[in-house]
Write a protein that binds this ligand. Structure first.
Ligand code: HEC
Length: 175
């Protein structure tokens, strides 16, 4: 055996091992092994599923950030509270308000960024009284809209909080 033959022998051994290795990988992939690890196909390149995973992580970070902002403002994104808020909004506010559009009253998107929840609860319960007491922000709104919003003092703080949580949740989506 000369030097060239030895070279070829190693080449074949190398090629066969590489094939065996790849077929083992393909076999493991077909059994879903790499999916668990977040890698597709051969583990050579991190592919689709790891990108999907990254997006899921980014989404959950975004949600966590949103949740933190809501909590700081005294609101929540709990699904039951949001659906209660939606129901109450549709029954009591929708005739005059939308989240992203001006109707009879202002668009309510991000309203809890403009005012504190405490202020909003007071205003929603007694809008006219708040305006008549001379609250600067409320007076400016009234000058613009020229109309009193009806009192909602039959609502509890928790119910208004649910409406505001729903509004804030909807504010994230731009239609
Ligand atoms: C009959 C119409 C009407 C209804 C019903 C109504 N609003 Fe209003 N709302 C207004 C008007 C008009 C204004 C502007 C302020 C003013 O002129 O009194 C306003 C202002 C507001 C503001 C202040 C907005 C801002 O940009 O700071 C909030 C918050 C608000 N309304 C929430 C609600 C909620 C919550 C409900 C339901 C529980 C509701 N409104 C029901 C007419 C209405």
């Amino acid at each position: 055996m000369n030097f060239k033959d030895i070279h070829f022998t190693w080449f074949y051994i190398g090629a066969i091992s590489a094939l065996l290795f790849l077929s083992a990988i393909v076999d493991m992939q077909s059994k879903g092994y790499f999916k668990k690890e977040g890698f597709y196909c051969g583990g050579v390149v991190a592919m689709d599923s790891s990108i999907i995973k990254q997006n899921m992580i980014l989404d959950s970070l975004e949600r966590a950030k949103q949740e933190q902002i809501l909590q700081k403002r005294g609101l929540t994104s709990e699904p039951e509270i949001l659906s209660l808020g939606e129901e109450l909004f549709n029954g009591n506010c929708k005739q005059c308000h939308a989240v992203h559009a001006k109707v009879v009253g202002p668009a309510l998107a991000n309203v809890s960024e403009r005012r504190t929840v405490k202020w909003l609860i007071k205003f929603i319960k007694f809008p006219q009284k708040t305006i008549e007491k001379g609250d600067k922000y409320a007076v400016a709104l009234y000058k613009q809209y020229q109309q009193f919003m009806p009192n909602h003092d039959f609502m509890t703080d928790e119910e208004i909080n649910a409406i505001l949580s729903f509004v804030e949740h909807e504010s994230q989506y731009v239609y």
